[in-house]
Write a protein that binds this ligand. Structure first.
Ligand SMILES: *Cc1c(COP(=O)(O)O)cnc(C)c1O
Length: 402
């Protein structure tokens, strides 16, 4: 295929940036499990350290990691990408690249817990200033801009409120302020949303989630729209050391091949579950961007290719009924994380967002009764049956005054 860039979404996922190994004909990218790479002579070694193409040392670059980086860069329409040991390693590289003492960042208030916590604890020690805003209203972002604002970091859809942020508007605000716009695109995956095409400068993913998709690897990636931004990130990233291992990269490449298939199926399941929950007497409220009554349904249709596979809802009967419900599911697994082939269920206020104070959780819209389902690829009927029996147990417990 001449240019896989112009191919359909599944073809791009499967073939983007991949090539058959020239020497052996291996169709699957080999695992180059080597920490270092031999030079033909002293001159070649010197040239490579001077910037000539070729590998030197795995922390600085590795062929298996590079195959994954080419693929994700292509899927996100970026100039290039940098594999990271975890999603948090990717986020730390972004923070350390663009923030310095006395610089200011604007961050979505309901981001992934540690994305927020490290700014409040560690970065504050070095004099970095941060304003957390409800970025679902871009005016809040614009109002927070200061002369020293260097980074706007948004998560859309955000975890776990599923609030969306208008990426194009925020790109405009960032660029007027001379700041970088970085977007955590983990919840959408590159299959459903491409922030760089909407004007963002940097995209990060926790590849632990949808991209790898098999609940067996922790990994992250940073994608940059422009070469100069990528090179700034690279020099921080490779020296900071949160880079990727070749075996880890190979596992992610393997999982990634079915990203499109998995997303389509998980999203179809999520949509059907959202309708089921909406009609259910034991459910107080349902939050899913695919529902027409989601406050940002129109924005979802503008900037995403689908609402994704995460559904949040509140169980009637408060925390206690919610706890009984979560303890009664059998097929869905009680665990944090998301984006795998199996359905996971969790309670953010006591689990993923327990590190965020009750006051901050309330401000960020993370209700105490919020249950998050990361819908997987099982047969829909089995998922519905499982939730139904769990609701029955939760409600029976309530009636018996347990
Ligand atoms: C999981 C997650 C992260 C952190 O990724 P790790 O791979 O666990 O380090 C960051 N952002 C979002 C939205 C996530 O869901």
């Amino acid at each position: 295929m001449d240019d896989v860039r112009r191919a359909g979404p599944h073809t791009r996922i499967i073939h983007g940036g991949q090539q058959t190994d020239l020497e052996t004909g291996a169709v699957s990218t080999p695992i180059f499990q080597s920490s270092t790479f031999a030079f033909a002579d002293a001159e070649q070694g010197a040239e490579r350290f001077g910037g000539a193409p070729g590998y030197k040392y795995t922390r600085l670059g590795n062929p298996t990691v590079a195959a994954l980086e080419r693929n994700i860069a292509l899927l996100e329409h970026g100039y290039g990408a940098l594999g990271a040991a975890s999603g948090m390693a990717a986020i730390n590289t972004v923070y350390l690249t663009f923030l310095s003492q006395d610089s200011h960042a604007i961050v979505t208030d309901c981001v992934y817990g540690p994305t927020r916590t490290i700014l409040e604890t560690e970065y504050a020690r070095f004099g970095v200033q941060v304003t957390f805003v409800d970025s679902s209203h871009p005016d809040n972002v614009a109002r927070a801009v200061r002369p020293n604002t260097k980074l706007i970091f948004i998560e859309s859809p955000a975890n776990p409120t599923l609030k969306l942020t208008d990426i194009a508007r925020c790109a405009d605000i960032a660029h007027r302020a001379g700041a970088i716009l970085a977007v955590d695109n983990t919840f959408a995956s590159p299959f459903l949303q491409n922030p760089l095409q909407l004007g963002a400068d940097v995209v990060i993913h926790s590849m632990t989630k949808f991209i790898n998709g098999h609940t067996d690897v922790v990994a992250g990636i940073i994608v940059a729209r422009q070469e100069d931004v990528l090179e700034r990130l690279r020099s921080v990233h490779v020296n900071l050391g949160g880079t990727m291992d070749p075996h880890q990269a190979w596992l992610v490449l393997r999982g990634l091949k079915t990203l499109g298939l998995r997303m389509e199926r998980a999203q179809a399941n999520a949509r059907a579950l959202a309708y089921y929950l909406q009609r259910h007497a034991a459910v107080k409220w349902v939050n899913y961007p695919g529902l027409v009554d989601h406050p940002q349904h129109d924005l979802m249709r503008r900037q995403m290719r689908g609402p994704g596979a995460i559904v949040c809802f509140g169980v009637r009967g408060g925390l206690e009924a919610g706890r009984r419900f979560i303890n009664s599911v059998e097929l869905a697994t009680l665990a944090v994380s998301l984006g795998g082939i199996e359905t996971l269920i969790e309670h953010p206020a006591s689990m993923t967002h327990a590190g965020v104070s009750a006051e901050e959780r309330r401000k960020a819209g993370i209700a105490d009764d919020l249950v998050r389902i990361a819908v997987g690829c099982e047969d829909y009927d089995d998922l519905e049956k499982d939730l139904e029996q769990a609701f029955e147990k939760a409600m029976a417990g309530e009636e018996a005054g347990v």
